[in-house]
Design a protein around this ligand. Structure first.
Ligand code: UT7
Length: 318
């Protein structure tokens, strides 16, 4: 049995906010934000937009993309929807996955949200893949959808400048024969780091120790990449692209440098989207495919980290 991605889609809010359009009271600057993070802008939800509407749009795009590639999949064929989110429209229930199911018309699907912060999309890929295999299902929609603008503390310039809203989705298909597109997964967590990055239950705002996240992130990205490559017996030359969680360009550069791998293999998409948490990897995949950088047949490695602390990585053939 094999599982592969047969379509991918993304959705962003209509409104894009450039660094120099951020509130004056923050006393920040385009220069500071670019030089410390690589971020140039972020998309921010407006009236009528939220993580469920974005997730629905991304899921519909992913289905259209699968059909454009020749698949006969329809919304009614979807067996499973897993939505990774830290910012579900209704916070807890109904899940974003239920709202996406309704929006897409995936009437027979089993659906739920998964909470693993920025690592959530990679966790969800493996959960979706495992469930397709265990349940003898054929199609799954894996969505990462976030509205970070509703949880950032807009008076904390060291964190609010980092985040943006958006969603990305892929359609997985399981077939009886053929090669599995996925290689090994690495998934992990360290709950002792729970207070480094968290949603404060009192005001539902994000709190972060930026330095602690930064040093955890660089070391963990290196470890994830090395572990997946060892497990799958890959060398640097075997991997076309390392698609990393987009949190800070400096984190990606530092990891590439420690690995002694060329930055050309580490796409950075922070300039446009900022950090969209669990949506950052699927948005990156779609953006790179649209620009012709990510092509069919390429071997890629995904690596992410986030609040929890959590982390995940995997290799796959696109
Ligand atoms: O998905 C995971 C999400 N979280 C992360 O990825 C966070 C990882 N950490 C980071 O990306 C970085 O630590 C930050 C971008 C958050 C901060 O960068 P930094 O280079 O570690 O800056 P810093 O915290 O050491 O601050 C340096 C200076 C401070 O001023 P003083 O004390 O030197 O006078 C800050 O007050 O920069 C100041 N500062 C700012 N200035 C202008 C902090 N934020 C800003 C800002 N604009 N937005």
């Amino acid at each position: 049995m094999s599982v592969k991605i047969i379509g991918a889609g993304k959705a962003l809010p209509e409104k894009k906010v450039l660094n120099n359009e951020l509130p004056q009271e923050l006393e920040t600057s385009d220069e500071w934000i670019r030089s410390h993070t690589g971020i140039g802008s972020r998309y921010v939800c407006g009236e009528g937009e939220n993580s469920a509407t974005l997730g629905t749009k991304a899921a519909l795009q992913a289905l259209l993309a699968a059909q454009a590639e020749g698949s006969s999949v329809k919304a009614e064929d979807i067996d499973l929807i897993v939505c990774s989110t830290a910012t579900a429209k209704n916070w807890s229930f109904p899940s974003n996955a239920c709202l996406i199911q309704k929006g897409v018309g995936a009437s027979k699907a089993a659906v739920f949200d998964l909470s693993a912060a920025c690592s959530g999309f990679i966790y969800s890929l493996q959960v979706g893949r495992s469930m397709l295999n265990q349940m003898n299902w054929r199609y799954a929609l894996i969505v990462g959808s976030e509205m970070l603008s509703k949880i950032v503390n807009w008076s904390d310039r060291s964190s609010c400048i980092l985040f943006g809203d958006g969603a990305g989705a892929v359609v997985l298909e399981r077939t009886e024969g053929g090669n599995d597109a996925f290689g090994s997964f690495v998934l992990g967590a360290d709950g002792t780091g729970a207070d480094v990055l968290y949603l404060d239950p009192d005001d539902l705002k994000l709190r972060m120790d930026g330095h602690a996240v930064y040093s955890f992130a660089v070391g963990k990205m290196v470890e994830i990449i090395q572990t997946v490559m060892e497990k799958d017996k890959l060398t640097m030359d075997d991997v076309d692209l390392f698609v990393c969680h987009q949190a800070n360009e400096r984190i990606i550069r530092a990891a590439a440098k420690r690995l002694n791998y060329p930055m050309e293999k580490f796409p950075v998409l922070l300039e446009e989207y900022a950090n969209t948490s669990s949506a950052s990897i699927p948005i990156s995949l779609v953006d790179l495919a649209e620009r012709g950088i990510l092509k069919h047949g390429m071997k890629i490695l995904l690596a992410g980290f986030g609040a929890g602390l959590t982390w995940g990585g995997c290799s796959l053939t696109w």
